[in-house]
Ligand binder design. Structure first.
Ligand code: PAF
Length: 285
């Protein structure tokens, strides 16, 4: 693999290699098995894969979160060396490379701006759209890979691609979990040991909730999820919504759920100082 830090050098390498399709795996580093599964998937489909590592300041609505976000480039490179090939590129730009001038663009994503993460992290998706748009402009990938844990982010990026006519296919990879069910996330390493023991309850609860869809009302399911998780000291459910997988419109009755559509239960939990998200499909059949 090659490590490249400037846009100019990256574009020269991509041009000189003449390989296609080009895959892009955008990351903010602090890599774990979830990221590596994205890279492995990209490698099976693309002769050239660019993995970007950049902690994008514009998507952090909380400056403390940005400061505390885990960073470990050496360990990231060690992990990537094990899964990448000779021509694959690790792109580690600094702020000036990504934002040579301040990015003042404001994006509008319709209903996606009015639900779940968008309500609890104002400005977050605008920042995600800025950086992902920049990466698409720089790398010009044919395929880009994202983890399904960030369910709403994938919907936002698909909308970005639609609005700005990017010629890139968006692939969502299944969530990779720890043996106890916790969805892998770079933030997991920031959990206090006592909190780490409690958080598998999140997946356990939404898994049981997904089995309740034929016997219980949506409001019973919502009460069950909140009540069960909040029994654990220090866990607070920010939201739990059952939404369709394209418009992400929360349903409030079972009647609103149409056969043929896919629905997911999406949750955000404040676990002490750390905020975690997860989701699971609520199958209708
Ligand atoms: O999912 C992430 O890690 C980030 O939001 C992304 C897509 C790399 C943009 O900074």
């Amino acid at each position: 693999m090659k490590v490249i830090r400037t846009v100019k050098e990256l574009q020269k390498q991509i041009k000189d290699l003449h390989l296609s399709p080009v895959g892009l795996v955008p990351t903010m580093g602090a890599l774990h098995k979830g990221h590596l599964s994205l890279v492995r998937n990209a490698i099976t489909q693309c002769p050239l894969v660019v993995i970007s590592i950049y902690v994008n300041p514009t998507q952090f609505n909380d400056k403390k979160d940005l400061k505390n976000y885990p960073r470990d480039i050496q360990s990231d490179l060690d992990l990537l060396r094990k899964v990448t090939r000779k021509d694959d590129i690790i792109f580690i730009p600094d702020d000036k490379e990504i934002y040579p001038v301040e990015d003042k663009r404001i994006f509008h994503f319709g209903n996606l701006d009015n639900v779940m993460e968008a309500l609890h992290r104002p400005g977050h998706f605008n920042g995600v759209a800025q950086v992902v748009g920049r990466l698409f402009d720089i790398v010009k990938p044919d395929v880009a890979y994202f983890g399904m844990k960030d369910f709403q982010q994938i919907a936002v990026i698909k909308e970005l691609v639609r609005q700005y006519k990017y010629n890139v296919k968006i692939v969502g990879n299944p969530i990779i979990r720890e043996p106890d069910g916790l969805a892998m996330s770079s933030r997991n390493r920031l959990l206090e040991p006592e909190m780490r023991k409690k958080v598998p309850l999140i997946y356990k609860t939404i898994s049981s909730a997904s089995g309740m869809i034929h016997k219980n009302t949506i409001s019973e399911i919502r009460n069950y999820v909140r009540g069960t998780i909040e029994k654990a000291n220090g866990l607070h459910v920010e939201y739990f919504e059952i939404v369709d997988d394209t418009k992400l419109k929360p349903v409030s009755t079972r009647r609103e759920m149409k056969k043929g559509n896919r629905y997911y239960g999406c949750i955000a939990v404040q676990a002490g100082k750390i905020r975690l998200i997860d989701n699971i499909e609520f199958p209708l059949v």
